[in-house]
Each structure stands twice: as structure tokens, then as C-alpha cells.
Design a protein around this ligand. Structure first.
Ligand code: SAH
Ligand code: TMP
Length: 367
């Protein structure tokens, strides 16, 4: 897997990505609602949209891209607000449907935007979380957004933030689904090419550091100071320059060396090490570092569809959470480090029984 950076578009992206149909289908493995913290986050997000003042008062229409199991849209459905979720993965879409969420099970494209406008009208708010960065034809998505959004409408979407990936060396955000890692610079450039303004940015704690971008048709709303300030910070951090990513690459190699030294040392001391959370991120770490069964005996995960399977490439067994509880290791590698707060609160017993966490961001260490 290789990544590239363009100093023109200031975009960091994968060079190759598998076909979307190979990743998003009727047995997509990620269910958003496995995290209680994320459920709260999306309830707050929905409330912020409703209180933002951007929606028309009479019969507002909200569209969400990649709504998954309805973690955010169920908050609109419960209030009887007109909404539509676009979700190509049938298994998670069915779950959303159970929560009263209206779904169109398709990939979002410019053509789909046209048919939504024809059949249901334009939208007040176009929402998305952790999905814009998944879509290789991002230009098609931006054109679709421009078509479907009312003249007074707003786009609000969030994704893992490039600034955090660079400052924390969290290279595990780079995997097949994440074709892009966005910054305010790249989003402003991309949407600017299509007549849209970045009007606000709101940093988020989720997924190890995310950014929420607010956009609108050009001139519809003033650009907030938050945008100008973040753009200046990004230039100071070097997110507009290739050299920054060369340094990032060297930091990634150092992170790999440190993790391997630690795991091999623990192995030589006869310690048992397991993984916590069979995340997509862990697939990058395991394969890039070459960590297999010799160093990690299993990875536990609460998602039923992941259990009883093996991690892609390194073939470490993914076991139910109950296995971790019944047979805890001496050390657990926190692959779901973005959920650290929630997990630490839940796993006090593991610590009091002498268990220890291994984290790799912002640097490899034992907690
Ligand atoms: N918004 C949720 C889910 C993120 S996972 C959350 O933040 O937790 C990404 C979701 O986007 C998956 O459910 C996937 O099926 C969906 N998706 C992928 N490509 C898409 C596309 N082109 N259009 C709409 N949804 C897409
Ligand atoms: P994510 O990092 O992409 O959100 O995926 C988190 C994964 O970790 C998901 O497969 C569910 C799993 N998980 C647990 O096993 N236990 C937990 O307490 C949490 C929050 C997540």
C-alpha cells in the first residue's frame, strides 16, 4: 500500500484502492453503534445540526451519507424530521431501518443526487461522518452535493484529521477504506474548485482526532475566523508541503521499530500479549510491522461478525470479548486506541488484576 501527496491539492491519498463493492456490501463488518461513546457523539452532532440555525423552519430535509446502522439519523427519525440515509452496505442499512430510519441502499454519486432532487427535493443539511474519506470519486460526490443542496443549505461532515495523524504518527489511519486523509487546506481547495466555501471547522475528539467541516454554496454565509486560523496553523505545521510527509514516513518507521522491540522483549520474558479491538487500523499495524501469532495470541472484539475469523494478512484469531474476560493476557495492545476513554473505564478489573495496556500513539509505550 502506498500513499501520495499533491502540493497543488494538498491532499494525502492512497495510490490504489480496491473497488468499493469489495468493501461495502451485505456483510460489512463495522457497526457504528458498538461504541456507546460514539452513540452519544452522534446524538450531540444531531442536536448541533438542529440548533445550528441553518435549517429551514418549515419541513427541513436532512440527508446523511454512509449512515450505517442509523447511529445519527435515528435522532432525526425520533423527532419526526424528514431525513434520508444513503447506505450501500445492506446488513448495516437493515439495522438502521429497524430504528425507523429511511434508507436508500446505494452508493452516492452525482446521478443519485439528481434522482433524489427529482423525487424528494433538495436538502437543508448534507451530513456525513467517516465516509467522505472512503470514496475515491470524491469529485463526483462534491458535484452531487452541489446539486442536492438548497441555496441556503449546509454540508457538515467529519473525518479523521490529517493534522492529528501527522502529529501523533497515527499511521494506522492509512488503510484500504481511507482513500483520503483530509485537512482544511485540501477541503477548501477541493470544494473551492466547485463553487463552495469552507465556512467553519470544528475539531472533534473522535477517532483519535477528527475535524468537522462546514461548507455552503459560495457567498451564502460568511467564513468564520476558525477557518482562517486553522488554515494558518496547517501551513505552520507544513500540511501543504511534501517534506512534512517525508518526515512523517521516518517517524512511522521509528514507531514500527519501537513496537517490535517491545513485543519481542515481552515475548522473551514469557509474557502473554493479546490485542484489544480488531480494528481496520490494526490490520495496517500488523501487516506493516509483520506482527503475527508469534507475538500476539489473539485479538478480542465485541462485534459478532468479526468473531471466529482471522485478521487479514497476519491471520491472528479474532475472538469474542468474553475470551478476553475469561483468559486475560498480561499485556493488551490497545488497537481501538481511539476509544481509549470508554475502554479504560470499562476495564478497571483488567488493570487491578495486574494487566497492562500497550499503546502506540503518540509513541509506543506501556501504560
Ligand atoms: N457514519 C458512520 C459509519 C462510518 S463507516 C460512523 O461514523 O460511524 C462508512 C459507511 O459509509 C459504511 O457504512 C459504508 O457502507 C458507507 N459508504 C461507503 N461508500 C459509500 C458511498 N459511496 N455512499 C454512501 N455510503 C457509503
Ligand atoms: P473503530 O476503531 O473503527 O471504531 O473500531 C472499533 C473496533 O473495536 C470495533 O470492531 C469494535 C471494537 N470494540 C471492542 O471490541 N470493545 C469496545 O469496548 C469498543 C469501544 C470497541
Amino acid at each position: 500500500m502506498a500513499i501520495g501527496f499533491s502540493e497543488t491539492s494538498m491532499m494525502l491519498q492512497l495510490i490504489n484502492q480496491p473497488a468499493p463493492e469489495k468493501m461495502f456490501h451485505d456483510h460489512y463488518a463495522f457497526y457504528s453503534s458498538t461504541s456507546n461513546y460514539m452513540a452519544r457523539h452522534f446524538k450531540d452532532f444531531a442536536d448541533e445540526v438542529l440548533q445550528s440555525g441553518y435549517l429551514t423552519i418549515k419541513d427541513p430535509f436532512v440527508l446523511e451519507l454512509g449512515c450505517n446502522d442509523g447511529i445519527m439519523l435515528r435522532n432525526f427519525a425520533e423527532k419526526g424530521i424528514r431525513h434520508l440515509g444513503i447506505e450501500p452496505s445492506l446488513n448495516v442499512a437493515a439495522e438502521a431501518n429497524k430504528h425507523g430510519v429511511r434508507i436508500l441502499s446505494e452508493f452516492f454519486t452525482e446521478q443519485l443526487a439528481e434522482s433524489i432532487v427529482q423525487e424528494q427535493g433538495m436538502v437543508d443539511a448534507f451530513l456525513a461522518a467517516n465516509v467522505m474519506c472512503h470514496i475515491p470519486d470524491i469529485v463526483g460526490v462534491v458535484k452531487g452535493i452541489r446539486r442536492v443542496l438548497k441555496p441556503t443549505g449546509v454540508v457538515m461532515f467529519e473525518d479523521p484529521y490529517l493534522g492529528d495523524v501527522v502529529s501523533k504518527t497515527s499511521y494506522d489511519q492509512i488503510y484500504d477504506e481511507h482513500v483520503f486523509l483530509f485537512s482544511a487546506l485540501s477541503i477548501q481547495y477541493l470544494f473551492g474548485l466547485h463553487g463552495m466555501d469552507l465556512i467553519d471547522v470544528l475539531p472533534q475528539k473522535t477517532h483519535g482526532g477528527s475535524m468537522r467541516y462546514v461548507l455552503a454554496h459560495r457567498g451564502a454565509y460568511p467564513v468564520k475566523n476558525s477557518v482562517t486560523e486553522l488554515i494558518a496553523r496547517e501551513r505552520a505545521q507544513g500540511l501543504d508541503r511534501l517534506t512534512t510527509f517525508k518526515t512523517f514516513g521516518a517517524n512511522v518507521e521509528q514507531s514500527k521499530r519501537s513496537l517490535l522491540i517491545l513485543l519481542k522483549e515481552l515475548k522473551s520474558q514469557g509474557k502473554r500479549v493479546a490485542g484489544y479491538g480488531a480494528t481496520s487500523k490494526s490490520t495496517t499495524i500488523l501487516n506493516y510491522c509483520g506482527i503475527g501469532l508469534d507475538l500476539i495470541e489473539y485479538i478480542s472484539d465485541t462485534t459478532p461478525i468479526k468473531q471466529g475469523k482471522f485478521t487479514p494478512g497476519m491471520h491472528i484469531p479474532v475472538v469474542p470479548y468474553e475470551t478476553f474476560k475469561a483468559n486475560p493476557p498480561d499485556y493488551a495492545v490497545l488497537f481501538a486506541w481511539n476509544h481509549a476513554e470508554e475502554i479504560m473505564a470499562k476495564e478497571k478489573d483488567f488493570i487491578s488484576a495486574g494487566g497492562k495496556w500497550i499503546v502506540h500513539v503518540p509513541e509506543v509505550r506501556v501504560l
